[in-house]
Design a protein. Structure first.
Length: 290
């Protein structure tokens, strides 16, 4: 007996959560009081005891035969258990939407800081943005800038699910969630500071090697420096900062507070070795409460 849906007709069947044969068998046992399981509640689904009406007749017959085999053959029933089945680990649409909106807002804030376009224009009338020079600014000032951005305000309203949200509070929340401290002593543990010192020595050697290569480019036999491989970072951080490399995140500035402002100050994008010049706030963002 062939119980595998291999025909073209079966390949087009839309199978929803809770409609697999073993799930229907479990749902029927639950309805009869023969089984207690957290499978359905864990996956946020409803037990289904009847075959789906939208299936083709041939597929319904196939599932009926499969269910009959599960109920009649204990060897098949042994493997038709949740422990041997793939879980439905799909991210809910609401979470996907919120994550996408948050990423768009972060990129738009980055554009306001650096002038580098990171989001597609929602309006065809939007002109090219001017690339900005690095400078220090506060979240309150950043909120004032994006307040005039109609597209940002529309997406932010959708993100907050209310039109009367506090814009400065939203900007602070977004920036601080992606920030790392400016001072190394606030980023690294003691072990991380020691490794950071070794990394800085390696960077100095790399700059020296670049200088020598540039000087001897026209000569034969380029001189190479013996640069040691720096140690890898482990649990050496007070915060998340990948390998402590320059430009990995925007620096946070905890000492730039203005009394009573309560506004963090994220620096604008500094020059980066990235050829595109894009320093995404979502990857390089950083600030501390001012």
């Amino acid at each position: 007996m062939n119980l595998n849906p291999t025909s073209q007709e079966f390949s087009q069947v839309l199978l929803r959560l809770g409609e697999r044969a073993f799930e229907i068998v479990m749902a029927r046992k639950m309805a009869r009081g023969e089984l207690e399981t957290a499978w359905f509640s864990r996956h946020g689904s409803t037990p289904i005891t009847e075959l789906s009406a939208h299936w083709p007749a041939a597929y319904r017959q196939l599932v009926e035969r499969r269910i009959a085999l599960i109920e009649s053959d204990r060897n098949i029933a042994l493997i038709e258990q949740p422990e041997y089945k793939r879980r439905w680990n799909t991210e809910p649409w609401e979470e996907q939407q919120k994550r996408a909106l948050r990423q768009w807002l972060l990129n738009r804030l980055e554009e306001a800081l650096s002038g580098v376009p990171l989001t597609p224009a929602l309006s065809p009338s939007e002109g090219a943005r001017e690339k900005l020079s690095p400078e220090l600014t506060s979240c309150a000032h950043l909120a004032d800038k994006v307040r005039r951005d109609t597209e940002f305000m529309e997406v932010a309203t959708f993100y907050r699910a209310r039109p009367d949200f506090d814009l400065t509070e939203l900007v602070v929340e977004l920036v601080e969630s992606e920030s790392v401290p400016f001072l190394p002593v606030l980023r690294y543990k003691e072990s991380g500071l020691r490794k950071r010192a070794i990394w800085e020595q390696v960077w100095d050697l790399q700059r020296e090697e670049d200088r020598l290569e540039a000087k001897q480019r026209a000569e034969s036999g380029k001189q190479k420096l013996d640069i040691p491989v720096p140690p890898k970072y482990g649990k050496d951080f007070h915060c998340r900062a990948p390998q402590g490399c320059p430009g990995s995140y925007r620096p946070a500035c905890p000492t730039t507070a203005r009394p009573g402002s309560g506004s963090p100050r994220p620096p604008r994008a500094a020059p980066t070795r990235n050829p595109s010049g894009a320093a995404r706030l979502s990857r390089r963002g950083g600030c501390c409460p001012a």
